[in-house]
Design a binder for this molecule. Structure first.
Ligand code: ATP
Length: 222
């Protein structure tokens, strides 16, 4: 998937933040987007998913799923209502039983949802809320699936579950923003996109293992 000549200027700014940025997303594959705080990763994700509009016309993926860092959700409803909201819309159903959910989602997702089914969503921990939303939304297929720091609040056992779900769909194209090298080691094959100085450099796993730029060296040491 080629992103060509992407230019974006924040409102009220006099110069573009991204100027004629071009890069390739590996398709289908996991693309990890890395870079220092403030490099522009979230801004780039916002642009690819239509949350922000590029300053000049660019061809972008037609359908995207964007799980940004802070996911809004009604907190007084139960986990089963959250499942109905997300899966019900996707599958065109207004009511979903736990048994029906079992038939719609993958086993790793069911293992997380089942024990929480009757709990009030707002009473889950921050990490549990994030995990429930991520796993339910990952049951939906789109041309590009963008995850902004999906593992940030999640314990490593649940990260394993999350990555199991991601690996179960090798036909998908993911763009995953991360500051955690351990996320890369969950996958055999992937592409790394390093956003630095408003430019993207891409690496295969072998190239990334050899790369020795200070940011990448520190990233790999985590
Ligand atoms: N509305 C705005 N106007 C001007 N600059 C902005 C605006 N919103 C964000 N920025 C700047 O754009 C830069 C990129 O921000 P962004 O959130 O995309 O970085 P990031 O790489 O996702 O960082 P982090 O790793 O900390 O999440 C930051 O320096 C930020 O201050």
């Amino acid at each position: 998937m080629q992103i060509k000549h992407l230019t974006y200027q924040f409102p009220k700014q006099t110069t573009p933040f991204f100027n004629d940025l071009s890069f390739n997303l590996a398709v289908p594959s996991v693309n990890f987007l890395i870079g220092t705080n403030g490099a522009g990763k979230t801004t780039l994700a916002d642009l690819l998913t239509g949350l922000r509009s590029p300053s000049t016309p660019v061809t972008l993926p037609k359908s995207t799923l964007y799980l940004s860092q802070r996911l809004p959700m009604l907190t007084s409803i139960k986990v089963q209502d959250v499942a109905e909201l997300i899966l019900g819309v996707e599958y065109g159903r207004t009511k979903l039983t736990l048994a029906q959910v079992k038939s719609l989602v993958d086993p790793a997702t069911y293992a997380v949802i089942e024990p929480l089914w009757n709990q009030v969503y707002g009473q889950l921990s921050g990490g549990q809320q994030r995990l429930v939303q991520l796993l339910l939304f990952l049951q939906c297929q789109r041309e590009l699936i963008v995850l902004d720091e999906p593992t940030a609040e999640i314990d490593r056992q649940n990260v394993n579950r999350l990555c199991t779900v991601l690996r179960e769909h090798p036909d998908r194209t993911y763009l995953i923003i991360t500051h955690d090298y351990r996320d890369l080691t969950q996958f055999k094959d992937y592409q790394v996109l390093w956003l630095d100085q408003r430019r993207v450099t891409t690496f295969s796993p072998v190239e990334f293992a050899k790369a020795s730029q200070p940011f990448i060296r520190d990233f790999k040491q985590h």
